[in-house]
Design a protein around this ligand. Structure first.
Ligand SMILES: C[S@@+](CC[C@H](N)C(=O)[O-])C[C@H]1O[C@@H](n2cnc3c(N)ncnc32)[C@H](O)[C@@H]1O
Length: 227
């Protein structure tokens, strides 16, 4: 699957890709659960958008992948691997799209969730989605930044950095410089990488993941690194 450009029938591409990697019944069950989660939260994060369709003013545009929302099922599995409760922890979504992972993090109980996204249209939708759910999660502070993730200085307070396949190898290598500095901090930081197509780059820098979640074919859905 081309992560940068949409095919002629993007939904079909995605469904076929999922069937190939997860199997038919798992794909149907996942689709149903995600649809139910949208309804339950009253948000609208479905759909996909390639960088060509979005107004992005950033040099990193070429390295950016398609917008796709996080799966709540995979997100939940990833969060179960983290060895702490979230009520005093800060979650950062790098490439936050329409805000789905941020909202799932609020639902999981994080004290604060931060998102950084360079596509204005997606960010506007994320703002709307967050407004819809805000009152459900009064203990969570939401912060949404519009801009290039490579130019965003990750704050000291961050505990969990979340990447759902946001960009290509070259851009990951650029982000790595900042991540290396963050991993040098005294406190524990977890890097949760979903759909980890460039996992080898992090492995070279940080060693083996502390946790890997695989799908029915044994392919990694999520890898988690820790300093
Ligand atoms: C696969 S989507 C994930 C969306 C969201 N994190 C979620 O889990 O629902 C990747 C997102 O990264 C954004 N992105 C890609 N490159 C970026 C960059 N350099 N700076 C900020 N956002 C970026 C894309 O616009 C897209 O919304």
């Amino acid at each position: 699957m081309d992560f940068k450009r949409k095919g002629k029938l993007p939904w079909l591409d995605m469904v076929l890709y999922s069937i190939k990697h997860r199997g038919f019944s798992n794909t149907c069950s996942l689709g149903w659960k995600e649809w139910r989660k949208e309804r339950q939260l009253g948000i609208n994060t479905f759909g996909d958008s390639s960088t060509d369709e979005l107004s992005i003013e950033s040099d990193s545009k070429l390295g950016g992948h398609l917008y796709q929302p996080s799966s709540s099922v995979i997100f939940g599995r990833a969060m179960k691997e983290l060895p702490f409760s979230f009520s005093d922890k800060v979650f950062l979504d790098v490439g936050s799209g329409k805000g789905r992972a941020m909202i799932l993090a609020a639902e999981a109980g994080f004290k604060k969730v931060i998102g950084v996204e360079y596509a204005a249209e997606l960010n506007d939708i994320a703002h709307t989605n967050i407004e819809v759910v805000k009152s459900r999660f009064p203990k969570t502070e939401f912060e949404l930044r519009e801009g290039d993730a490579l130019e965003y200085k990750m704050p000291e307070e961050v505990d969990v950095i979340y990447l759902f396949n946001p960009f290509d190898e070259e851009t990951i290598c650029k982000l790595l410089q900042q991540l290396k500095q963050i991993f040098n901090r005294d406190k524990k930081i977890y890097l949760v990488y979903v759909h980890p197509v460039h996992c080898n780059i992090f492995e070279e820098a940080f060693g083996k993941p502390v946790s890997t979640i695989t799908n029915w074919k044994g392919i990694a859905d999520v890898v988690i690194f820790c300093n």
